[in-house]
Design a protein around this ligand. Structure first.
Ligand code: GLA
Length: 389
């Protein structure tokens, strides 16, 4: 595939004999710990072996030319390195542009322009973080092209800043962190407040992780994501009138039960309840997994979905139907929505012997109840953003 991308790159941008360089950043899936990242809590995501490729060659002038095979109809997008501004007409390219802008503002020596061809094999708009994936592939690419001394954590934070400030989506740090720091066959337990993290091997014995795509399109920018953030901020403010806490995740479920009356609004209280219990579930789930108890890990995944459905209210009929159908199958150890919600995907732990019946039954239930086709991917956990030599 890389060879073919290089051939197409040369066809689009011309072949001057210099070999272009190739980079890759995965997509991510979160196993448990949803809507906890921007509340200072724990998450447990991993990187995939599918994601975004970038083939690039530097230029002798200050022009930047970008093309994505996923948006061929938009053609080549061209602008000047000294004039990187958000432009609606540039559509997908605003994500990599945001990274360039944040880097230039930080004074990084981006000395010349470049030509770049992107190609992503993540299903688009499904909540597997294609946006963070293109941001991170751009960040590692620019670091390598211009020999910038920096850490992966810097790139992760910079990509988040690009998405928050340039694209205007107030996402947390989970996606970028997972995509930058992922390690093959492990998930990452990340404390989103301190950024302390540890890798935890994904030993699932005779089971696999399966992503089910609801094919219900979701868009983070115009979803209710920002509304949920505001509800959590209000709940925190109410609690802070009496408690000395910095984030919702500072509260244990027991404390929440004692102090929940401080939260004035019923809806805000439900949101806070989800966050605080989900944070505890994430810690417990990882302990179970590390002790080899996949069954208990799976049960907490199910509880996570129920809480996202009833208290956080971000699942919707499509994801609920997929999870419900999965729970009805004997070989399914756990199943839940993953990512922001409002459409997108579920992630399930399925015994290898039950994979076929899983696909048949969940597919059939989903077709009958929702009138849509579900798509299934057995998930391979891959390494983080990097150059491909
Ligand atoms: C999106 C955001 C993440 C996180 C999840 C929900 O993926 O980008 O920062 O908040 O939703 O857990």
């Amino acid at each position: 595939m890389i060879k073919e991308l290089v051939r197409q790159f040369n066809q689009i941008f011309g072949d001057d004999g210099a070999k272009p360089r190739t980079f890759f950043a995965p997509g991510r899936v979160n196993l448990i710990g949803e809507h906890t990242d921007y509340n200072g809590g724990y998450v447990f995501p991993c990187g995939l072996d599918i994601g975004t490729y970038a083939v690039v060659r530097i230029r002798g002038d200050q022009r930047i030319r970008m093309m994505s095979h996923n948006f061929n109809d938009r053609g080549v997008i061209e602008y000047d390195l000294n004039d990187v501004t958000y432009d609606d007409a540039h559509d997908w390219a605003n994500y990599p542009k945001g990274v360039i802008k944040v880097m230039s503002d930080k004074g990084w020596p981006l000395e010349c322009g470049f030509d770049v061809l992107y190609y992503g094999n993540l299903p688009h708009g499904t909540g597997l973080s294609s946006s963070a994936s293109i941001e991170l592939v751009t960040a590692v690419m620019l670091k390598a092209l211009f020999n910038v001394e920096t850490t992966m954590l810097d790139l992760v934070q910079l990509a988040q800043q690009a998405e928050n400030d340039f694209v205007g989506v107030s996402c947390g740090i989970m996606d970028m962190f997972a995509i930058g720091m992922s390690k093959q066959d492990s998930a990452i337990l990340l404390n989103c407040h301190t950024l302390e993290y540890q890798y935890s091997p994904l030993k699932l014995e005779d089971a696999s992780l399966v992503i089910t795509n609801s094919q219900k399109p979701r868009s983070l920018a115009d979803s209710k994501y920002n509304e949920r953030r505001r509800e959590c901020e209000r709940a925190l403010k109410d609690l802070q009138r009496a408690l000395n806490i910095a984030t919702l995740a500072d509260l244990s479920p027991e404390h929440f039960e004692t102090y929940q009356h401080l939260i004035k609004n019923d809806i805000d209280r439900k949101r806070a309840k989800h966050v605080i219990y989900e944070n505890q579930r994430t810690i417990s789930a990882v302990h179970h997994l590390q002790a080899g108890d996949v069954q208990s890990f799976g049960k907490l995944m199910n509880a996570s979905h129920v809480s996202l459905r009833d208290d956080y209210e971000v699942t919707g009929d499509e994801l609920d139907t997929l999870a419900q159908a999965a729970w009805e199958i004997a070989g399914v150890m756990g199943s839940r929505m993953t990512g922001a919600g409002f459409g997108g995907c579920t992630v399930s732990i399925v015994k290898d012997g039950a994979l076929d019946s899983f696909k048949d039954y969940v597919g059939q239930q989903y077709r009958e109840q929702m009138g849509r086709e579900a798509e299934f991917y057995v998930l391979n956990v891959g390494d983080g953003a990097r150059e491909i030599i």
